[in-house]
Design a binder for this molecule. Sequence first.
Ligand code: GDP
Ligand code: GDP
Length: 435
Amino acid sequence: MSEGVVAIVGRANVGKSTIFNRIVGERVSIVEDTPGVTRDRIYAHGSWLTREFRIIDTGGIELEKSDMTASIKMQAEIAIEEADVIVFVVNGREGITPEDTMVARILQKSKKPVVLAVNKIDDNKFKDNIYDFYALGIGDPIPVSGVHGIGIGDVLDEVIHLLPNKDTVDDPETIRFSIIGRPNVGKSSLTNAILGEERVIVSNIEGTTRDAIDTSFTKDGQKYTVVDTAGMRKRGKIYENVEKYSVMRAMSAIDDSDIILVVIDGERGILEQDKHIAGYAHESGKGVVLVVNKWDAIEKDSKTMQAFNKKIRENFKYLDYAKIAYVSALKKQRIDTLFDLINEAYESQHKRIPTNLFNDVIVDAQLMNPTSNFQGGRLKIYYGSQVAITPPTFVLFVNDPKFLHFSYKRYLENKLREAFGFDGSPIHIICRKRE
Ligand code: GDP
Ligand code: GDP
């Protein structure tokens, strides 16, 4: 679960994103995989030696209509809020600026561990410049060159040294879920409604590696943890309206969870940002429940829910496996139904299909609807089996994967769902050439 979070801060043009990209390397992040979603990444996974971590480039989070100073201040505060270790980047060619000093003061007050990277030390003749930066009172400056990839390893050595030790191992009995959605859809209200439910016993407040606090509870004998809700209720709320920040939080919560509750405001309807956020949930391969909140606030007749269902299916086509719950966090209506859907999605994520049953379905599917010619050949499926859970993943051994038409894959997926369910979970089908 929690891998530790590293944030990069510093004023504009010191080389934060250059260093971020160096650390992340060529890995493709979720951001870039999701169609229609902003390309510039600010959140990714990184690793160094044996440690994995998440990394945020706070420079990518900007305030609209605001001066530079306000933006930098926000970035530093977000870094403090989100990260276990902060990499503070300064420009080794320019010396200390007043903005550097301001960031240094904010970081110092937080008591978060900080690694000071003095960038643009491209060759040895600039090396002595780093001594000036002792004056920031942040510790030993490390010379780096983001462009040339020099010194990045030294920075990362220090980072993983400062990262807290890994959390307790995952409790396999506990279902971890998060509640994500754009600002004001009712995430906090929903969290409170869930925790305030009858038969919900809040057992402990469990500190994670970060300041964020996950809440564990038991309901009807099942253990659950709501991920990262306290952070959302507290400080994180200040900047939640900054879209990139709220998206980044959502991605982080997704990483920490087994099941994702994507909340939509039933009163305002579906907005573009809802689609982005739902897109991340889908891409993660985790279980998903769509939650339409504020259902109390709309005029309803016998067709309202059906019409809303239709709208959701049209707007979130890829999430056709996710069930939809209609709730009111405010009036505490139908909150109970969420647990059935969470449990179901969790079960689907962990379901294992015996190989013989799986192959029966595949054989039947082909008899009923034989493959046709595509890309110069006809797909022959020899056999297959399930190779993974979370999400359930199936490998089909075939004559040539390129003969698989998208719609036939879709058809097979539907047949598998008809036979085995998998409600609330994506399933992955991979074709491999049989040698
Ligand atoms: P950010 O605004 O802090 O994210 O900075 P960028 O990563 O966008 O870099 C700002 C500029 O500094 C770009 O033109 C980079 O090519 C340049 N730059 C970044 N790292 C180095 C470096 O190590 N040496 C030199 N000479 N230029 C760098
Ligand atoms: P968050 O930003 O997603 O955490 O949203 P909040 O939980 O702070 O709620 C935003 C606003 O929507 C608040 O004014 C809530 O009172 C209101 N709200 C939340 N849930 C409901 C609901 O089920 N029905 C109605 N009518 N309002 C709600």
